[in-house]
Design a protein around this ligand. Structure first.
Ligand code: IMP
Length: 427
């Protein structure tokens, strides 16, 4: 039992990348196990900012093996671009990157179909990242037209499967959108054969690899993407992503059972953000919301969309923590709240005149939920240079304790700025 998991407990963008990056020096292997290039992780160190999407944060630490496991859906063109981007910043990606031959592949027709659905949903749009993620997972569940990374290194398989799939997609897409410009099967085959050649040295059976490493006593870290409330089964359906982004996805997405995990760290922003559609009870549509957005630079890493911002929703976060099964939490971006004279945290909801501490399972109930807040005085001073818990002002300490009490899990880490050094570890 030497594995750690880092899971977002809210609607994603909790700054998981920083925690994974901080802990990688205690681990030999970092595993990304779900989602695709819908995710965005920002890691800052040595004055440089790295924006990762499909690459596990392990790539930033020499000697650490990075694994893109079975449950990830991979857009190989985007991955190639991402690798080129980090190379430009001085990070070499060699044979320390392993990609599962079972992982499914995103194609341009997935993105085209997603764009049509989102448009057709109108004001009920999910607000997806338009990266074809949901459509690729649908393909996987549907099986007939799915292509896996193990297929793209076999040109004969691509030549056999792609023409039939592309014909089918063109029929559907033309019916849905009369302006659809048909995809060319030969072009797609050439493109993916060449991508397959490029990625061949990295593609392998990562499940077998991970189990060999566990047997050899190596320390693994599972890097979550998105957040628990975006989980397809446990999140705010239908405003969710298409995979198990809570702790529930670790086993299915990596092939490693949870009994190998000794530490599950839940990552929580000191406030709430959400991108895309769906209810967000504590959202602030006023200048405080804008203040949090500006202070926290709350704009999507992947899409650049402004994030919806509000007070910390402890009802939602507690639920996220329960379904993910975390045993401690990291409170991130505490410094973003530093200028506010008072700070609020939602401890319960009022739904149709009744108080509840439970997170509703139905989206209409969540949309009707009115937050019941606890209000506490702010700390109104810069905390970004604090080196220890004792350096934090009393009001900031009280706020962190309140988060722990309401979420129901001890706080182990407090982050007070983007750099590796701006991190306080609690006993
Ligand atoms: P999809 O994952 O692109 O299908 O988008 C579904 C929903 O999940 C949308 O509301 C997205 O904004 C949200 N989402 C997907 N990935 C992330 C992420 O990494 N952070 C925050 N929200 C995300």
């Amino acid at each position: 039992m030497s594995a750690t998991a880092v899971i977002g407990l809210q609607w994603g963008d909790e700054a998981k990348g920083k925690i994974v990056d901080l802990l990688t020096d205690q681990h030999e292997i970092v595993v990304r196990y779900l989602g695709g290039n819908n995710a965005g992780h920002t890691v800052k160190f040595d004055g440089k900012t790295f924006k990762l999407s499909m690459l596990p944060a392990g790539v930033l630490r020499p000697g650490v093996v990075s694994v893109i496991a079975t449950g990830v859906v991979i857009n190989p063109t985007a991955l190639l671009k991402e690798i080129a981007g980090v190379k430009e910043q001085g990070i070499e990606i060699g044979d320390d990157l392993l990609i599962s031959d079972r992982a499914h592949v995103v194609f341009p027709y997935h993105m085209a179909e997603e764009a049509i659905y989102e448009k057709q949903r109108g004001d009920k749009a999910i607000g997806t990242t338009m990266r074809g993620i949901g459509l690729c997972y649908r393909e996987k569940a549907n099986r007939s037209h799915a292509i896996r990374m193990g297929d793209i290194i076999r040109p004969d398989v691509l030549r056999e499967k792609i023409p039939e799939i592309v014909d089918f997609k063109n029929i559907i897409l033309s019916a849905l959108d009369p302006e659809h410009k048909p995809f060319d099967a030969a072009e797609i085959i050439d493109q993916y054969v060449s991508l397959g050649e490029h990625f061949k040295p990295h593609i392998t059976d990562t499940t077998a690899f991970l189990h060999r490493q566990i047997k050899a006593g190596k320390r693994l870290m599972f890097e979550g993407a998105q957040g628990s409330l975006l989980d397809i089964d446990h999140g705010t359906f239908p405003f969710v992503t298409s995979s198990n982004s809570s702790g529930a996805g670790i086993h299915s997405g990596s092939g490693v059972p949870e009994r190998h995990i000794s530490q599950m760290i839940g990552v929580v922003k000191a406030y709430t953000t959400r991108v895309g559609g769906g209810p967000c009870p504590t959202e602030l549509l006023d200048e405080t919301g804008q203040h949090i957005r500006d202070e926290g630079n709350e704009y999507g890493t992947v899409t650049g969309r402004p994030r919806r911002c509000g007070w910390l929703d402890a009802v939602a976060t507690r639920y996220g923590s329960q379904v993910s099964g975390v045993d401690c939490i990291a409170v991130m971006l505490l410094d973003v709240l530093s200028k506010l004279p008072e700070v609020k945290i939602c401890e319960a909801y009022e739904i149709n005149g009744k108080r509840t501490e439970d997170f509703p399972s139905q989206i209409d109930d969540l949309a009707a939920a009115k937050p019941i807040y606890r209000t506490v005085p702010g700390w109104e001073c810069d905390i970004t240079a604090a080196k220890s818990w004792d350096d934090l002002p009393e009001n900031a300490q009280s706020y962190v304790k309140m988060v722990s009490e309401l979420v129901g899990v001890p706080v182990k880490i407090v982050s007070i700025g983007p750099d590796r050094e701006q991190t306080i570890f609690l006993d």
